[in-house]
Design a protein around this ligand. Sequence first.
Ligand code: S3P
Length: 445
Amino acid sequence: MTQSPSPTPLQARQSPALTGVARVPGDKSISHRALILGALAVGRTSISGLLEGEDVLNTAKAMAVLGAKVERTGDTRWSVNGVGVAGFAQPDKPLDFGNSGTGCRLAMGAVAGCPITATFDGDASLRSRPMRRVLDPLELMGCRAQDKAGGGRLPLTLSGARDPIPIVYRTPVASAQIKSAVLLAGLSAPGVTTVIENEASRDHTELMLKQFGATISTTPEGVHGRRIDLKGQPELHGVDIVVPADPSSAAFPMVAALIVPGSEILLTDVMTNPLRAGLITTLREMGGAIDEMDLRGDGGEPMADFRIRASQLRGVEIPPERAPSMIDEYLVLAVAAAFAEGTTIMRGLQELRVKESDRLEATAAMLRVNGVRVEISGDDMIVEGRGHVPGGGVVATHMDHRIAMSALVMGLASDKSVGVDDIGFIATSFPDFIPMMRKLGAEFA
Ligand code: S3P
């Protein structure tokens, strides 16, 4: 299956200048972590600004099945009363993570440090994604995994370690999900669990663990890497968490405002963690008028407001070491590249092949069907920008929210409308995408 049972198609057409102010929903990575760490803490964690998208709601449900008390206390306000480190209860049903690799892999780490057995499952997209990358280190820490389908795919059953072993683990790919799974399992292990990464990936787990009271340190490793040391068996205590707006969701109105002539929009409260900021760096290199205003911190993560004005973009080359800081943004960057003058070369995109869809192929197909010349060469993608996009194509979204949103953004400035076969999966990360974009002036039909 590559679609929801009843797909909802939609078209985006050339729109007038986008204007206005918008706050995109809470950051998805932080929302998952707030729920999971809240569930592993003692006492109450209050979360404001939680992303109420399907991915995060599935994590909330999973934490409740594992024994935490999870309640919605208001609009995007949630409270979690946790069970303490290693305190998860034996679940009485499988944990269903829907479309979400992050929810699933982080929860695997948290379960791996508890003496319980849990079955993990998800939708057709998640069932096709590799879980071995997380199971390998978790098995070294003493947990056991059984997958009926074989090949390290869901559904699989994980028996957590009774006496977890702290390990030193070098991640084979830059992945915050692998790193976070090991650290979450390491919470239950005596002694120090160490993760080493050759390229630094997003560090929300480390920052939030500190907020919850864990002893964790980060030191540089090599040119672009990091070493993280976590002292096991801390008592985590509930905290108040403010979730800033998700830069990966802000990416869609941001690129839309750059490519729709005459646009000027303001996006507020956007998280500016440098390990998530690769897209903004790149769009500025392409000539995008993006002003950062009122940079502020709220205890955990920094945030700012961004003013974006329509700009004539030019092609650039993006080095592979930037990939971890913009891994979810290449799809919409490819749209910006198609509207630029000149060639954009994006290097080192191998990880795009194992996301919600094979995003390397799906992005190339999205561009090709709308008349843009694009080439995949090994792990690189090369987009020939010609200053405008013919459009007129219907894009296959492959159960992938970001393909759907990228294609719709493209249609707002293409010569002819751009269609998508299914907008259903947008609800996993950005439920209000269509109404929010309409309010800014986007035309969909
Ligand atoms: C995420 C990490 C990234 C990213 C995903 C969210 C996270 O995945 O693509 O959307 O919250 O840790 P990888 O760790 O597999 O690169």
